[in-house]
Design a protein around this ligand. Structure first.
Ligand code: KG4
Ligand code: ZN
Length: 357
């Protein structure tokens, strides 16, 4: 397989199947995002109150190839112009990862181009780079999703220092569990946010966990216990439920904001990137905007559709690494657990023969 020059213009196909979204995209080094498509499995899992891994894998098998065809047609590109295929190698559900990895590796083989397994969280934190107003390095990234809550110092691409993370539930998980207590369906985050719109922020005050001591770790599991106790005391009429949702959301938003302010102060950086599905939350966005503005710092978000899992961020992360000469051999990589801090930095001039091991 010919090795492209590290800085050559490249077009990369990206495939995301780490959890309950099948998503594909084509990103071009010169022209940016050409097309992307997504199939959400939310309806498939809704009746179970959470993602059923085996059902997720089977649905990825059904949906990925049709989406690949559609995205190539949407982008108006033929496979001969694709220079590499990127796929999510982890972290995620093992069966789901293997489906995307096997399809990506096979496409790359068929098209005669390199493949590269990318880190799902790295892709999330690089997603704002796809926007017109992209952040410059270095920055602090807040990753908030259903599975993760972490603060990361990003000095260069691939060089990540974990500043803090949740010691128990992720922020999205806390939203989902509290939503369930309030009788809302899965996924609970967006439903709780809608209910909170009608709530009175002054009626209840929820704790801001771990803000009264130094450090950048989070703990959100106590908030759902607080919600349960409040429901037991105050009842479950419609207004009370909305007031509880509002107090919960405000507590999460202000806790995240306190830790982000600390992370910026500690690192001396002035740019904050917010990534992950919980970053689509309106109140959290507003609170972080106010906090960063008050410090003379800036906050960057991907567009809401790229806060949740998507193929564009995988194609983009793959593009950066493939352009730097990284590629995998013929093996399919699938790592359910994979530390972000263990990645190797991208050095544009380097021309390494293997990916991120
Ligand atoms: O990033 P994501 O799609 O999956 C993971 O990689 O975990 O995150 C989904 C999570 C769910 O917990 C969902 O309830 C939460 O993000 N979420 C929200 C909002 N939209 C999604 N939480 C709060 N407010 C929202 N608007
Ligand atoms: Zn994700």
């Amino acid at each position: 397989m010919p090795e492209p020059h590290p800085n050559s213009a490249m077009r990369v196909f990206g495939i995301e199947t780490s959890c309950d979204e099948t998503a594909v995209a084509v990103v071009d080094a010169k022209h940016g995002l050409l097309a992307h498509r997504l199939h959400s499995q939310v309806v498939l899992h809704a009746g179970y109150g959470g993602v059923v891994p085996e059902l997720a894998s089977r649905d990825h098998i059904r949906k990925t190839i049709p989406l690949v065809r559609q995205v190539l047609a949407d982008a108006g590109v033929c496979p001969e112009t694709i220079g590499g295929v990127a796929y999510t190698a982890g972290p995620g559900l093992i069966g789901a990862l293997l489906v995307g990895g096997a399809i990506a590796r096979s496409l790359a083989w068929g098209w005669g181009v390199p493949a590269l397994g990318v880190h799902h969280m790295e892709a999330h934190l690089l997603a704002p780079m796809l926007e017109e107003r992209a952040p410059q390095l270095p920055f602090v990234a807040l990753l908030v999703s259903g599975g993760h809550t972490m603060l990361v110092e990003v000095r260069t691409i691939g060089s990540y220092t974990l500043l803090g993370e949740s010691v128990d539930d992720a922020a999205g998980e806390a939203f989902d569990k509290t939503a369930k207590l309030l009788g809302l369906g899965y996924p609970g985050g967006p439903a709780l946010a809608s209910l909170a719109e009608h709530g009175d922020p002054r009626r209840f005050r929820f704790p801001r966990p771990m803000t009264d001591r130094p450090g950048l770790d989070f703990s959100f599991s106590g908030l759902k216990t607080h919600a349960r106790n409040t429901i037991a005391q105050a009842g479950e009429d419609a207004q009370t439920r909305a007031d509880i949702a509002c107090a919960f959301e405000l507590a999460v938003a202000e806790t995240l904001a306190t830790k982000c302010r600390r992370a910026l102060q500690q690192t001396g950086l002035t740019r904050l990137v917010v990534a992950g599905a919980v970053g689509a939350n309106r109140r959290i966005r507003e609170t972080l905007k106010q906090v960063t503005a008050s410090m003379g710092a800036e906050v960057f978000y991907p567009r809401p559709e790229f806060c949740t899992d998507n193929g564009a961020m995988i194609a983009y992360a793959g593009l950066i690494r493939l352009q730097a000469g990284q590629r995998d051999r013929l093996a399919i990589h699938a790592r359910p657990r994979w530390a972000l801090a263990g990645l190797n930095p991208v050095e544009p001039q380097a021309h390494s023969s293997s990916g991120q091991t």
